[in-house]
Ligand binder design. Structure first.
Ligand SMILES: C[N+](C)(C)CCCC[C@H](N)C(=O)O
Ligand SMILES: O=C(O)CCC(=O)C(=O)O
Ligand SMILES: [Fe+2]
Length: 411
């Protein structure tokens, strides 16, 4: 039974709390079973602190009575227009049991001891089970890539600005590959701003909202404002939350170099995971500090380089920026070299030339990059180069992607 439980919950939930909770579950102790059927396809089994619904075509679902009371969707417990709960959850005794409970058609109807009545559609319940959640969040949405990915969207600006399909194409490219391009855009800051705001408002940071890097433009104490080459990196590793998307538009360049480099950070992390699981673990566990310092600014964040989704274990974020690391004092002496070695493995995967996509951005192309996944860089350049761009916060990006239908679950 325990083995079955572990299997159903997936391998990321070996928490001691859960195991002991299960050991205490009354299901094993009190076989108080009442079967209620009304001829519907579901079978209802009422146990001490939860019920089990099963049908021949559906794996059984379990819900605690307390959970059911907390999820009452009647107008006094739940505000359907604001999508917010109103129920006084902790005014309910944890030991609550239904006074009556029946299945009527595809609806579960419960009357509680105080007479309060709740109804739940079986379909809705089936979408709320842990199994259903895990299946949804585990569903593959990403394609890892090396070199130039085949299917990056190049969306014409008119279609992008004016049609749902145009927006969907870009968002889908971003959720699948972490990169997407809008083409045919005027080489002006205003046109860039319009393209950015079709996704979400540009995020205001110390660099501005829609920023520009150009000779004699606004200057910040950062190598991005120099002409030197920049190896692949993520931006904002020193912010408590790095921007979700970064947008680049090379408006003009009279000179040489200045090519853009893109690398799939999740592909690099996957390589380390496949070939050296200990290094991978070190990069998930070890916290290092990143910082940004200039007059009036001191951003400083301590965080691991790799983050996984807490339930599925899928990649959530890579924070790879060798330049913006602070002096390393967060790692105990005995583990310093272990971290360097692990980071060295990741660095090898990141800089493997077969994984690099070098492109020369044209002045009509606006490039969107998922800054939690894809690393960017550039070659050194000469001459006058004018780049406009912006950040979009993670929550605004993922919200837009879900509304557009390109991201079905949390991420
Ligand atoms: C993009 N923009 C030019 C505004 C700023 C660049 C900031 C660069 C910083 N080293 C980082 O990696 O976050
Ligand atoms: O100049 C470029 O193309 C990119 C520089 C960069 O890394 C940045 O602005 O974040
Ligand atoms: Fe950057």
């Amino acid at each position: 039974m325990m083995a079955l439980f572990l299997k159903n919950c997936g391998r990321y939930l070996f928490s001691r709390a859960l195991l002991s909770e299960y050991a205490l579950s009354r299901e094993c102790i009190v076989p108080c079973q009442r079967y209620v059927t009304d001829g519907s396809s579901q079978n209802l089994k009422l146990l001490d602190d939860h019920l089990v619904m099963s049908s021949p075509d559906l794996t059984s679902m379990k819900f605690h009575y307390f959970w059911l009371r907390d999820h009452c969707r009647c107008p006094s417990c739940y505000n359907k227009s604001t999508h917010q709960r109103n129920v006084n959850t902790f005014g309910v005794p944890f030991t609550i049991q239904p006074k009556e409970c029946r299945l009527s058609g595809e609806e579960l109807q419960v009357v509680w001891p105080d007479g309060h009545a709740s109804k739940y559609s079986v379909k809705w319940l089936s979408l709320q089970s842990f199994d259903s959640y895990s299946n949804r969040v585990s569903a593959p949405t990403r394609i890892l890539w090396k070199g130039m990915p085949d299917s990056v969207a190049h969306v014409p600006v008119k279609s992008f600005l004016e049609t749902d399909e145009g927006l969907f194409k870009l968002m889908k490219s971003l959720t699948a590959l972490g990169v997407g391009i809008v083409e045919g855009v005027d080489a002006t800051v205003e046109a860039t701003a319009k393209v950015i705001s079709r996704v979400a408002p540009a995020q205001k940071t110390l660099f501005g909202e829609v920023w520009e890097v150009k000779p004699d433009g606004e200057y910040h104490e950062d190598t991005a404002y120099s002409t030197q080459a920049l190896a692949a990196h993520n931006d904002n590793t020193y912010f408590s939350e790095a921007a979700g998307l970064q947008v680049f538009h090379v408006l003009s360049h009279k000179g040489s170099g200045g090519k853009t480099l893109l690398v799939d950070g999740f592909r690099a992390a996957q390589k380390v995971k496949d070939e050296d699981i200990n290094s991978f673990q070190t990069l998930i566990e070890t916290c290092i500090q990143s910082e940004y310092l200039e007059k009036g600014q001191h951003h400083c964040v301590t965080s691991p380089v790799l983050h996984l989704h807490p339930i599925t274990g899928k990649f959530r974020q890579i924070r790879y920026n060798l330049y913006d690391r602070a002096a390393m004092s967060t790692v105990p002496f005995a583990r310093v070299m272990e971290w360097y070695q692990a980071m060295g493995q990741l660095s090898k995967a990141v800089t493997d030339p077969s994984g690099e996509w070098w492109l020369q951005l044209r002045p009509d192309q606006v490039l969107f990059v998922d800054n939690w996944r894809v690393l960017h860089g550039r070659s050194a350049y000469t001459g006058a180069r004018w780049v406009a761009g912006g950040y979009i916060s993670r929550t605004d990006y993922t919200s837009r992607a879900r509304v557009a239908g390109a991201l079905p679950h949390d991420d």
